[in-house]
Design a protein around this ligand. Sequence first.
Ligand code: ACO
Length: 286
Amino acid sequence: MSTKSKAAPAKERAEEDTVAFDVSDGIAWVRFNRPEKRNCMSPKLNRQMMRVLDELEYREDVGVLVLTGEGTAWTAGMDLKEYFRENEAKGLGAVRQAQRESYGWWRRLRWYHKPTIAMVNGWCFGGGYGPLFACDLAFAAEDAQFGLSEINWGILPGGGATKVVSELMPMRKAMYHAMMGENIDGKTAVEWGLVNEALPADQLRSRVEAVAKVLLEKNPVALKATKDAVRRVKEMTYDNAEDFLVRAQEAANSFDNDGRKEGIKQFIDDKTYKPGLGAYDKSKKG
Ligand code: ACO
């Protein structure tokens, strides 16, 4: 079962055409859709992306969200004309409004109800590191190019980008990446911690689909609790994390007692699977 959003015109896209998506077999394939502008993030695109995230988050036919780009880019970062220059000309209120719109959907994505995967098909610059970090997992084409180009046009990597590389890369790599304005390819992005895996471009989608299908087999309540826990505990002491995780598990149990019990039953009593080797059969209700 598949639903498609409207086809987009080539030029002067309407706001609603700056993001495209389709849903198929439990996976929402969401695409930055300004290929003629290398999918750079304009205020229109940022507003539309929030609407699309809203629409998909609690749909029952969506179990995993993949974020990718149309054409040669994942995203070429912020739109230097429409996001920066035009808003700066309007004044501080417009600048702050544009920041709220972009940071808002990245934050929404960081804590999204469904597992999320960045499928980086091409250029990924600057502000693009916000949604890249927001996705739980990231897979790139080997020839994708990642860059903090901010330094090349005279600003610091803002909009969270400096935080992203400091979180994901060792300090020397982060510093080099931010100061030099040189791009790295998909393979180097793996070595430096930006993405999970790099693949030949023609294998990228099938690998992402395979990962998404594994996620679709897992208990969705446990997945949401797990992805939030990984982000939350990073800032905690060991003891605080231990306490938080006990409470997070108990909260998750109250949403999904039966699933957890069924998982234990299929292992201990039925001996139909081993949790160390795969997921329990969700189709059998506890
Ligand atoms: N902002 C505004 N317009 C952009 C952006 C951008 N970030 N990126 C691409 N475009 C536009 C170009 O101006 C061009 O528009 P035009 O057809 O009206 O002239 C169109 O998209 C195509 O871009 P080209 O440069 O012709 O495409 P090419 O494939 O040769 O190069 C590349 C791709 C390398 C991504 C290049 O477009 C580029 O350097 N873009 C800027 C990348 C960047 O530094 N982004 C900002 C990061 S910092 C931040 O996000 C805060």
